[in-house]
Design a binder for this molecule. Structure first.
Ligand code: URA
Length: 244
């Protein structure tokens, strides 16, 4: 890999900035100051230093964000995209939100620059399950719950069976688990049984659980274990473990 590509894929230096840094003698490879930004390096083997600090190589980046309301899950050039909640290096390194949450939906969002993994996780073939905590505007009767659990005809598609677990002390609050990711899916499913949604929070995406110690708007990198587990994610409503 070219040295300038190494720095740009980490979101640290643009090609021009890398050339300027090389010119100033700020970058070394295995202890030797480099003379050209086009020099080829092996990021897994060579030791790269910039301004006396080692630059560690990460092929892909994986973050979890606790999305607050009021932010859109896209990379579009808007003031209120979720990417604005992260240091700019991540967007420069090609990170993007894996899937979408509505502007008023809060909770777990995976942010990565691993396009192949995102593609797999979002593929309808994979049936990756997602759990949401919800509060609806109207009490949910037993019959409504069975409608949701059997699949609802929403006009353009019939939803796959969902799993609904009501909070024992409430007929409006619960957890719903779905394996699809259609636009406004849960809102539309609830609307079909006569209720609106007052609050929607994603608490699990495949194997990845929302870290409840993160406040809204906070993020952290995934642990090695979380990365391994999400790479192996293959779940369905039937196989689902209890969400909370
Ligand atoms: N379903 C919705 O209706 N909205 C979301 O943001 C996610 C799932």
């Amino acid at each position: 890999m070219r040295l300038d590509k190494f720095f740009s894929s980490l979101g640290l230096l643009s090609r021009r900035e890398c050339a300027a840094s090389v010119k100033k003698g700020e970058i070394s490879v295995d202890g030797i100051t480099v003379a050209s930004p086009s020099v080829h390096i092996d990021p897994e083997k060579n030791e790269i230093f910039m301004r006396g600090e080692q630059v560690l190589w990460k092929k892909h980046m994986y973050l979890m964000l606790n999305k607050p309301a009021g932010y859109v899950s896209s990379t579009e050039d808007s003031e209120r995209t979720v990417m604005k909640l992260l240091p700019p290096e991540y967007e420069k390194a090609g990170c993007f939100p894996c899937g979408r949450l509505d502007i008023d939906t809060v909770g777990l969002l995976l942010i990565t620059n691993d396009g192949a993994l995102a593609h797999e996780l979002l593929s309808p073939r994979r049936h990756v399950s997602k759990a949401y905590r919800f509060k609806c505007t109207d009490p949910l009767a037993e019959e409504s719950i069975s409608v949701l659990e059997n699949g609802v005809d929403l006009g353009d598609f019939v939803s796959a069976p969902a799993k609904v677990r009501m909070n024992p002390s409430s007929d409006t609050d619960g957890i719903i688990i779905i394996t699809e990711g259609k636009f406004h899916q849960i809102k539309r499913m609830l609307a079909s049984v006569g209720s609106g949604i007052e609050f929607l929070e994603r608490i699990r995406f495949g194997s990845l659980e929302l870290d409840e110690t993160l406040d809204r708007g906070q993020w952290r990198e995934l642990t090695e274990k979380e990365i391994e587990d999400i790479r192996n994610t293959r779940s369905s409503v039937e196989q689902d473990k209890p969400a909370n």
